[in-house]
Design a protein around this ligand. Structure first.
Ligand code: ZN
Length: 295
């Protein structure tokens, strides 16, 4: 195991944060606007989300840098701002983390680019590699404790991101999003947990996991299959149930108590990093902390 990760886990499982996108939208982030732009224009609102998770008891908070890569930002004429937006994102979460009187780690988020290399050639992989290397280097320079590759559907993109992130020397968490296929056990590109584990471990991932896609109640079989596939630590961040569209808005109906019940099953199945994704908020994380830290 990566020695830093081993040290962080020495006190038992760690609770991460919950959803960011859904929380930023509550604070007025317009749908369709890249949230990362707020690291510069609305830093106090971004810090409010980070601080709300620190207050809820998170041991690890992420950063508002999911899409801070040159490829995605180019669609908003902001490709040249990826470095600054990445650095600011880490600094904002770090400020919130440092305000706590206990250790709170900052893991920087790296999401997909929207390009699907499974469908393209090696040229695409070079382009992705370069973008992820730039983003990872900016997040490391900003002072992140670790990097989290998340919400990945394409295994080639995920592995490319892991290889790029590993070049920083920081521990790397690699997560894919399952929930497609008849058994809801594949990514959108058809990848199973076993194939994901093979490719991501080969790329050097220190922690394997899954986030988003499914309500947390659907995560148990994914967690069990990843546990079978590796002895590396597992990271699980499920959604607050499956979203229902009400008046054009996504509504998640899993309660914090029901969510925590499911999360505890994931800990029993071997997860050691546990938190939430879309639809979860500080109330879910606070309930999770009450359960996880009881003993
Ligand atoms: Zn999500």
């Amino acid at each position: 195991m990566n020695p830093l990760i081993e040290q962080w886990l020495s006190g038992g499982p760690l609770v991460t944060d919950g959803g960011w996108g859904t929380e930023l939208q509550k604070l007025g982030l317009p749908v369709g606007q890249p949230p990362e732009l707020w690291n510069q224009s609305q830093p106090q609102k971004v810090e409010q989300v980070a601080a709300s998770y620190v207050a809820a008891g998170s041991d690890i908070i992420l950063t508002n840098t999911f899409g801070a890569n040159p490829i995605l930002l180019a669609r908003h004429d902001a490709a040249d701002r990826f470095e600054e937006l990445s650095r600011l994102g880490v600094e904002i979460s770090r400020r919130a983390a440092c305000a706590a009187e206990r250790r709170v780690l900052v893991f920087a988020s790296i999401g997909p680019t929207g390009l699907l290399p499974m469908m393209a050639g090696p040229e695409m992989i070079d382009r992705l590699s370069e973008a992820f290397e730039k983003q990872a280097a900016a997040l490391a320079a900003g002072g992140a404790d670790a990097l989290v590759i998340e919400t990945m559907a394409d295994p080639i993109e995920a592995a490319t991101a892991v290889r790029a992130a590993k070049k920083t020397g920081l521990p790397v968490v690699a997560c894919m999003t399952f929930g497609s296929g008849k058994k809801k056990d594949r990514t959108m590109m058809g990848t199973t947990p076993e194939t994901a584990a093979d490719l991501l471990l080969d790329a050097g991932a220190d922690v394997l996991g899954s986030n988003c896609g499914l309500g947390i109640e659907g995560f148990l079989p994914i967690c069990q299959r990843l546990r079978e596939a590796t002895d590396r630590p597992l990271w699980m961040k499920g959604n607050a149930g499956l979203p229902k569209m009400v008046d054009g808005q996504s509504v998640y109906d899993q309660t914090p108590e029901g969510f925590a019940d499911e999360a505890m099953k994931l800990l029993d199945a071997g997860a050691v990093f546990i938190g939430g994704c879309c639809g979860t908020n500080p109330a879910y994380i606070a309930e999770l902390c009450r359960r996880v830290k009881k003993n």
